[in-house]
Design a protein around this ligand. Structure first.
Ligand SMILES: [Zn+2]
Length: 270
């Protein structure tokens, strides 16, 4: 699944090709994505893209008439291509520009979304209840500590909750908890302020590094320029069940938490 670093990498990748460019056409080959692509998306015709921003995992293309909200869902990718590039299976949406470039949404599983709003996109129902950006100042130890008091949910599920903070997906949650030395099973409401300070610092570092490197090791992720988004980010625990911990050589364990696999070292993480 494209995580926040992949989405941010995509945003940065498409930005130089489409920012301040005029939309010449929007082609919808398959409107049945996670939600139906609204006809109003065609209001983009003739509009200049005024900004290409991101909130959580939504990419926002702002024009004077409204803002397109794009989400890559489980399997989506957004690429910059030249006009005339052959359409392949699962290429559901093209936004074409007067500079003869287009951005193309490919989404085999169709959990992605292309929506349109004429209001402030940050007040859109899918966006307004999102937690703070992990790399922003609002995401800090005080905030997490206060928010978590009385919570009986595990720390892993807590930091993966998009209302708490956006963008800490499964891989990043596992890796951050390992680096912070916190057991994924610890109750969020019992974690000390000191440990939250450490955790926040680690989450910011892990995500910033992933963004720098262009995302994680996802088979079906392609960057905006079409290169595979694969890179060798060292994963300490994720996907390493049964292997030796790189710190202490204990065996990495795998459990399920809220339907998601958790990988951790019981010795390094308390
Ligand atoms: Zn260990």
């Amino acid at each position: 699944m494209p995580e926040l670093p992949e989405v941010e990498t995509t945003r940065k990748g498409i930005l130089p090709y489409i920012n301040q460019q005029t939309v010449s056409e929007v082609i919808i080959r398959q409107p049945k994505l996670r939600w139906l692509v609204p006809d109003e998306i065609h209001d983009m015709h003739g509009e200049v893209i005024q900004s290409v921003t991101r909130r959580g995992k939504y990419i926002l293309l702002e024009t004077s008439k409204g803002t397109a909200l794009i989400h890559l869902g489980m399997s989506g990718s957004l690429r910059v291509l030249d006009v005339g590039t052959e359409v392949e299976k699962h290429d559901h949406v093209d936004i074409i520009f007067e500079n003869k470039k287009l951005i193309r949404l490919r989404d085999p599983r169709r959990f992605g979304a292309v929506l349109w709003t004429t209001k402030n996109p940050l007040k859109h129902k899918l966006i307004r209840s999102l937690g703070p950006e992990p790399l922003g100042e609002d995401f800090n130890a005080d905030y997490l500590f206060q928010y978590s008091r009385g919570r009986k949910v595990s720390i892993k599920q807590f930091i993966m909750n998009g209302h708490v903070v956006v963008g800490v997906g499964n891989i990043y949650a596992c890796e951050s908890l390992f680096k912070a030395g916190i057991s994924p099973k610890a109750l969020a409401g019992k974690v000390s302020k000191k440990r939250y300070e450490n955790l926040v610092e680690v989450i910011k570092k892990v995500l910033a590094r992933a963004i720098e490197q262009g995302g994680t090791t996802l088979k079906d992720f392609v960057s905006a320029t079409g290169d595979p988004g694969y890179f060798q980010q060292q994963l300490n625990v994720y996907g390493r069940a049964g292997e030796a911990c790189l710190m202490c050589e204990s065996t990495i364990k795998q459990i399920k938490q809220g339907q998601r696999s958790t990988f951790y070292c019981a010795k390094c993480q308390k």
